[in-house]
Design a protein around this ligand. Structure first.
Ligand SMILES: [Zn+2]
Length: 224
């Protein structure tokens, strides 16, 4: 087995899961799925991916070099805490307020993995703001923990008094929400676009050493 991001063939255990992490680039299962999704649904958005304008939030160190190489000049990174991403030239932007520096219909794609659960407020407002920034035909390609389809979303972690309470309620000290079944319904009903399938099969997951049905990705495309 080789890592689809870096070509490495040395895998190591992570949080008790054997061979979960690429020993070369550090990619976890969900990062390998992310790159497979980008190959199918991002790099194909233009015959020349160097023409794309792409915003990547919280740019993961294993994905950043590969995206930078394929997209180049139009590849923009941003985060509220850019010091956490020293490998990237990351704009310091707080969401949603600072995102009004971008005009509507500006990006061909917006990428964010495991970001929504860190943003205070309602996920629906955040998704709407991201989709506003997409060009016609542009795609938001993203993932979240879960989602937990057997329950409804719980939000409000930013209002809890301590990390311990957030850990207990949201499973991580800096998570503000658990996304549930209403999240899917909301996404499918955002006006002006549609959800398209990530096209990732369990056979492909197996070839990337990812467990069946793990790391689902969401792609919302603005109507042309
Ligand atoms: Zn790798």
């Amino acid at each position: 087995m080789t890592c689809n991001i870096c070509g490495g063939d040395n895998f190591v255990a992570w949080r008790g899961r054997p061979d979960e992490q690429c020993g070369e680039c550090g990619a976890l299962a969900r990062h390998r799925i992310a790159f497979a999704v980008y190959q199918r649904h991002l790099f194909t958005l233009d015959e020349q991916p160097q023409n794309l304008r792409v915003l990547h939030l919280a740019p993961e160190p294993c994905l950043h070099p590969a995206l930078d190489e394929v997209i180049g000049t139009g590849y923009l990174c941003a985060d509220a805490s850019p010091e956490r991403y020293p490998h990237a030239q990351c704009l310091r932007l707080f969401f949603p307020g600072n995102f009004n520096i971008f005009p509507p219909d500006y990006f061909d794609a917006i990428l964010h993995n495991h970001v929504l659960e860190h943003i205070p407020g309602h996920y629906g407002d955040h998704l709407m703001e991201f989709t506003r920034l997409l060009k016609p035909g542009g795609r938001m390609i993203f993932s979240v923990p879960g989602p937990y389809l057997d329950r409804l979303t719980v939000e409000g972690g930013e209002n809890l008094a301590s990390d311990e309470e957030r850990l207990e309620k949201f499973m991580q000290e800096d998570h503000f929400k658990l996304l549930g079944s209403d999240f899917i319904e909301f996404l499918e009903n955002i006006p002006g676009g549609e959800v398209i399938s990530d096209g990732i099969t369990n056979d492909l997951r197996a070839s990337l050493n990812v467990r069946p049905n793990k790391a689902p990705f969401f792609i919302w495309q603005k109507h042309r």
